[in-house]
Design a protein around this ligand. Structure first.
Ligand code: COA
Length: 174
């Protein structure tokens, strides 16, 4: 597999038939890693926003072949090279495959949000990232899950707004 690097705006053509909601999050990415096999786009990994929120998507027919793992590894390497201190992610508690890849690639659990059946994750990439993890974990142990769930909703709404903004600016696909 070869990789194409850029951001959501630059690489929007490559994402044109990706399904929603993944496409919205990938189009909003400031770091986007696209996986290509024989000129077919098989998957993508994006990092968006101030919290460096991650999204991974592999096309169904290509799953289970190690593509997700390669995308995770490549994107984390790129983020590290760019001096990013940490990445964050959110996975459904029952998405064992995604959780496996997240934990294997170095993420740590910040908080289990039972109200959403999700797990908030953070990949510390530097010592500042380690500090951020400890801070968020401490905050997570104090803040009720319901409030964190609301923050999650707010973040999702912002990603959607970023996508809509791009569409208005004719930067992204309808
Ligand atoms: C999650 C996703 C990106 C994985 O992509 P993929 O190419 O199928 O993943 P890979 O083949 O590289 O790796 C799967 C890993 O999960 C493991 N795995 C598979 N099924 C599993 C299960 N039920 N429980 C635990 N681990 C499992 C595999 O053994 C493999 O691990 P290994 O490399 O240590 O052997 C893909 O399924 C997807 O796009 N899902 C929909 C979008 C999504 O859920 N994104 C993640 C949240 S942002």
């Amino acid at each position: 597999m070869r990789f194409i690097l850029g951001n959501g705006k630059q690489l929007k053509e490559k994402l044109q038939d990706f399904p929603s909601p993944w496409v919205n999050w990938l189009l909003a990415a400031k770091i986007l890693v696209i996986g290509v096999i024989d000129e077919n786009v098989v998957g993508a990994f994006g990092v968006r926003g101030a919290l460096n929120m991650t999204t991974a998507y592999v096309r169904e027919k290509y799953r289970g072949q190690g593509i997700g793992r390669q995308l995770f590894e490549k994107a984390i390497r790129v983020a590290r090279e760019r001096g990013i201190h940490f990445l964050t992610g959110e996975a459904f508690s029952e998405n064992n495959k995604a959780l496996h890849l997240c934990l294997e690639s170095g993420s740590k659990v910040v908080k289990r949000v039972e109200e959403r059946k999700t797990i908030l994750l953070l990949w510390p990439l530097t010592s500042q990232g380690d500090f951020t993890y400890k801070l968020l974990r401490t905050i997570g142990s104090i803040v009720p899950g319901e409030l964190l769930a609301r923050i999650t909703d707010w973040r999702r709404a912002r990603a959607h707004a970023a996508y809509q903004h791009g569409r208005r600016g004719k930067c992204m696909h309808a």
